[in-house]
Design a protein around this ligand. Structure first.
Ligand SMILES: [Zn+2]
Ligand SMILES: [Zn+2]
Ligand SMILES: [Zn+2]
Length: 135
């Protein structure tokens, strides 16, 4: 497994569920064993924790969901897997150095530490707040 893979998957896997969660008609269980009136359990439909469910005003849910869906679609359309360039093995290297995901729009790598693509950072930050730690 390369170091790029988890970040790549994370970006894509956080955007779409966040859009669905914004549209979810949340239902938090208040009956044991799933929760109680003072500490409701996670949403029965989408799994978002109760504490993370309130930051978005109702009138912002749909526009934000549409925006996140667009970001997820851009991610699908504009990024591609590319072979990682051989670091220093020299000519005749037949080693598989794995792949990375590249964003064609900026030419940068998704999830790499240095010189990484930051195009999806805002959407990802919103998605993370919406997801509230649920996966
Ligand atoms: Zn829900
Ligand atoms: Zn090599
Ligand atoms: Zn980018």
């Amino acid at each position: 497994m390369t170091t790029n893979t988890p970040a790549t998957l994370t970006t894509r896997q956080e955007l779409a569920p966040a859009a669905a969660r914004l549209r979810c008609d949340h239902r938090f269980p208040v009956q044991p064993p799933h929760g109680s009136l003072s500490y409701p359990g996670p949403c029965q439909h989408c799994g978002v924790p109760h504490a993370a469910s309130s930051p978005v005003a109702d009138q912002l849910r749909e526009p934000l969901a549409a925006w996140l869906e667009k970001a997820a679609k851009s991610f699908d359309d504009e990024t591609y897997e590319d072979a990682i360039e051989c670091p220093s093995c020299g000519d005749g290297c037949h080693e598989d150095h794995g792949t990375m995901r590249v964003h064609s729009f900026c030419g940068r790598t998704i999830g790499a530490d240095a010189e990484r693509c930051a195009c999806f950072d805002e959407a990802l930050a919103v998605a993370r707040a919406v997801n509230g730690g649920a996966s």
